[in-house]
Design a protein around this ligand. Sequence first.
Ligand SMILES: [Zn+2]
Length: 406
Amino acid sequence: MPLRAKVATSVSKTAAALSRAAGRGDGSVIGGWIGLKIDPELLSHLATGRAIALVSGTNGKTTTTRLAAAALGVLGPVATNSFGANMPTGHTSALAKAGQTPFAVLEVDEHYLPRVIDETKPRVVALLNLSRDQLDRAKEVAMMAQLWRTALAGHPDVNVVANADDPMVVWAAYGSQKVTWFSAGQRWQDDSWVCPESGDPIERENGDWWCTGCPLRRPIPQWRVEDEGVIDPRGDWHLVKLQLPGTVNLGNAATALAVAAEFGVRPIEALPRLSTVTSIAGRYAQVDRDGRNIRLLLAKNPASWLEAFDMAEQAPTLLSINARDPDGFDTSWLYDVDFAPLYGRPVLITGERAYDLAVRLEVNGIPFQHVRTFEEALATVPPGRLEVIANYTAFQDIRAELDRVN
Ligand SMILES: [Zn+2]
């Protein structure tokens, strides 16, 4: 590395360590920010010599990154941004902190994917899904797909691993030379009824989809979920034992296996490592408190709410909504979520925007009870399971009350 990059790396690590020591989070953002101020090309320098996989998409990035990093661990040490700092500052910090590793798996914010591809020259880019998210600031889905498509067209050497079930992802990946398709399912379909190529309606039937006006259609996936396992490109079925709940995580595991295979890792080697992953930054964590078994589910946008309802058991459920900066200030997305799956469960609501949620549930015909605090919620439900579904900062608030569970 050039001297400037060495100095920048060292200062970046020190800044991150100071930030951690001061109790200001994990320091990855500030550390990366300072490093990039000293050497604007620091991310490129730190990426040189590593075989890198990038993971992007609206939902499932953090979990899939964690699973893929676990799988690649078969081959040697893997650098990763496991705390969800998914912009270039976070990537810079993660690589600086890891020191020299032969591999890296990085979660990348959708908007930053083109820049991070340019700077890290990845071997593999995994595209998970695209759906509406924070409409007051994020791009529309079709614009994001266009952004990805353009970025990938400029890097024909990249191995793309993409979700065959999401028409927007397929369209974004279609121009790439080397694509491996996986099927991870798509519960949320309301952002892909119109073909991004021709503007014609998209039809769906039994998991298949096709455009009614142009050749765009679902590619045949090489990796897919079946029963409690994953089928690989040779047609072999592998039982997948995860500690993470839900069909969506089976899909994330299939994606991680497909990514690892691009580096030569076989499913049979990777699977034992996937089963060691418990929770990621509190997601899916289970905590026992006062006789209640509390499970934390993070849901940030309409698609992830649908997945959370699928994972949650028929048990008392606490919903918490905030609208701070990381959540987006606009809560109108609550009307994109159908809360009907909660019917019949005791529902509690809390959070700074609990009243927005109250109106939504009223319209949806779901009975609920408002509680002011998490403590009050605990006292209100009987001993046993309490499912907690919260959006980003609301999730962090509850996680803090539970002593920052991992
Ligand atoms: Zn079309």
